[in-house]
Design a binder for this molecule. Structure first.
Ligand code: GLP
Length: 244
């Protein structure tokens, strides 16, 4: 769907999330959400905070799994996704701390493979993701699944693309300070979600959105794999959709 602007679109996505949470609540079940970082979902999270504070939306039954984290990364570092999620969402709602999962950027290298397997198992153990929200990087990455990622890939350590590190350089005060690696859910992990929403705003995303939606399905633009799923919805503002 294409919306007039990102504010309207973000509210729609937040309402969808709130709907999942409340319908699960009524059924006495947990809502399992896959969350994303970056600038794109910020307003969605702000709207969820508003729904919590003003309309009593509770997150007591919500379990979250974030897509990715830089590696290495200390949780209290300015650029960490742990800190991002706390500041943008978790510190402002009533989610239970033990229900929050974000890939651990402090692991020893030799522990990463086991950790990633356990991350996948934790998602399955709570019944799988009801919804995964995604942004998109200019390389066509979803999560940090850069070009070359396999469609059945699982959670793993990956090497970041040069363009991704350049795009992140402002947050880190120079590309040389951007970690070269990250831990990310795989394309296969994302695909298992019962619903997937990919959001993109602004002209800057228009060329990669065109490729993702209309381009040939190929590992060189990982987001094209989403064309293979029936449960994906692209939620765009006019600018991001302007080349379609
Ligand atoms: C980052 C994140 C992605 C995100 C993408 C786009 O690298 N790992 O999950 O979708 O970049 O970021 P933004 O929303 O800031 O454009």
């Amino acid at each position: 769907s294409v919306y007039e602007d990102e504010h309207i679109a973000s509210k729609k996505v937040a309402a969808r999330i709130a709907n999942i949470i409340t319908s699960k609540q009524k059924a006495g079940e947990n809502a399992v959400l896959g969350l994303a970082t970056g600038a794109t979902p910020v307003e969605v999270y702000a709207e969820l905070i508003r729904l919590h504070k003003e309309e009593g939306l509770s997150f007591q039954n919500v379990i979250t799994f974030n897509l990715d984290e830089y590696y290495p990364m200390q949780p209290d570092a300015k650029q960490s996704y742990v800190r991002f999620m706390d500041e943008q969402l978790f510190n402002h709602i009533d989610i239970k701390r033990e229900n929050i999962h974000i890939p651990d950027g402090t692991l020893k290298k030799e522990d990463i493979a086991d950790y990633c397997l356990a991350y996948e198992q934790k998602i399955s153990a709570v019944g799988g993701l009801d919804l995964q929200v995604l942004g998109i990087g200019r390389t066509g990455h979803i999560g940090f699944n850069e070009p070359g990622s396999a469609p059945n890939s699982g959670t793993r350590l990956v090497t970041l693309d040069d363009l991704t590190r350049r795009d992140a350089s402002r947050d880190f005060g120079g590309k040389e300070n951007v970690p070269t690696k990250a831990i990310t859910m795989g394309i296969g992990t994302i695909f298992k979600a019962r619903e997937i929403i990919l959001m993109a705003w602004s002209k800057k995303k228009a060329p990669i959105i065109k490729k993702a939606v209309e381009g040939e399905i190929s590992g060189s633009v990982p987001a094209t794999y989403l064309q293979l799923s029936e449960s994906v919805e692209f939620i765009l503002d006019k600018d991001a959709a302007s080349e379609l």
